[in-house]
Design a protein around this ligand. Structure first.
Ligand SMILES: C[S@@+](CC[C@H](N)C(=O)[O-])C[C@H]1O[C@@H](n2cnc3c(N)ncnc32)[C@H](O)[C@@H]1O
Length: 204
C-alpha cells in the first residue's frame, strides 16, 4: 500500500489526477450521499467552515451552492488546489476560497465546522501514524468554536482515536453506504471544553 501520509505521494498522484482538463474526483462518498451533513452545519451560513485535504473534490463547492458563504478548502498540493478551483461554476455568488497549506501548520479559530473526508485516513498510513493523528485531532479541537463539529468521513470507525486525544470530544458515529454498496463511517465529534480546574478537582 502507498504511504498516503507522504507529500511526495500526493504530489506525484496529482501530476496525473489534477492535470489540465482533469475531472473532479471524490474519495469514498459524493455530496449526494452526504446531504445529511447539512443538518450538522451552522444555521448562520456565513460562519466559517474549513474542508481539510480537499483534493479535487467538489464538496466545498456543493456547500457554497447550498448557501454557505464562508467555506475554505485546503490542500497541501498546489496542483490539486488549482484544479479544484477551476471546477467553480461562474454563477456561484459566494464561492468557497481555496488555499494551499499543510494542515499540520495551519491555524484557525472559532470555526463553525471542519470537514475531513480521507485526510485523517492518509495520516494513519504513515510511520508516526498515532502521534501525527493525535496531534492533528488536538489541533482541530483548538480551531473549533465550543460545541462545533469535526465531521469526519473515514473507511473505518475512528471513535477510539478521539478517546485517546488529550482534549475532550463528544463523538457519535454512523455508517453511510456508497452508491456501490460500500460502508463508510460518518463521525460527528464536537469540541467540548475541559471543565474549569476547580470543578475538575472537586470531582476527583
Ligand atoms: C484521500 S484524499 C481525499 C481528497 C478529498 N477530501 C476527497 O474526499 O476526495 C486526501 C487528501 O488530503 C491531502 N492531504 C494529506 N495530508 C495533508 C496535509 N498535511 N495538509 C493538507 N492536505 C493534506 C492530500 O493531498 C489529498 O488531497
Amino acid at each position: 500500500m502507498p504511504d498516503y501520509s507522504r507529500k511526495d505521494y500526493w504530489s506525484g498522484r496529482y501530476d496525473t489526477d489534477a492535470a489540465p482538463g482533469a475531472e473532479p474526483y471524490e474519495w469514498y462518498l459524493g455530496f449526494d450521499e452526504l446531504r445529511d451533513i447539512l443538518e450538522l452545519l451552522p444555521e448562520d451560513k456565513a460562519q466559517q467552515i474549513v474542508y481539510v485535504g480537499c483534493g479535487i473534490s467538489t464538496l466545498g463547492i456543493e456547500l457554497a451552492k447550498e448557501g454557505f458563504s464562508n467555506v475554505t478548502c485546503v490542500d497541501w498540493i498546489q496542483k490539486a488546489v488549482d484544479a479544484a478551483s477551476k471546477f467553480l461554476p461562474e454563477e456561484l455568488e459566494t464561492p468557497p476560497s481555496f488555499a494551499c497549506a499543510d494542515i499540520a501548520d495551519s491555524t484557525y479559530e472559532n470555526l463553525a465546522a471542519v470537514l475531513d473526508k480521507g485526510l485523517l485516513d492518509s495520516f494513519l498510513t504513515g510511520e508516526e501514524a498515532k502521534t501525527a493523528t493525535t496531534a492533528l485531532i488536538d489541533r482541530i479541537h483548538g480551531w473549533l468554536a465550543v460545541g462545533s463539529p469535526l465531521i469526519l468521513i473515514s473507511h473505518s470507525d475512528r471513535t477510539k482515536l478521539f478517546g485517546s486525544s488529550t482534549l475532550p470530544w463528544d463523538c457519535s458515529v454512523r455508517q453511510v453506504e456508497s452508491g456501490e454498496g460500500r460502508q463508510f463511517f460518518l463521525h460527528v465529534c464536537r469540541r467540548v471544553d475541559p471543565p474549569p480546574e476547580d470543578e475538575a478537582e472537586e470531582r476527583e
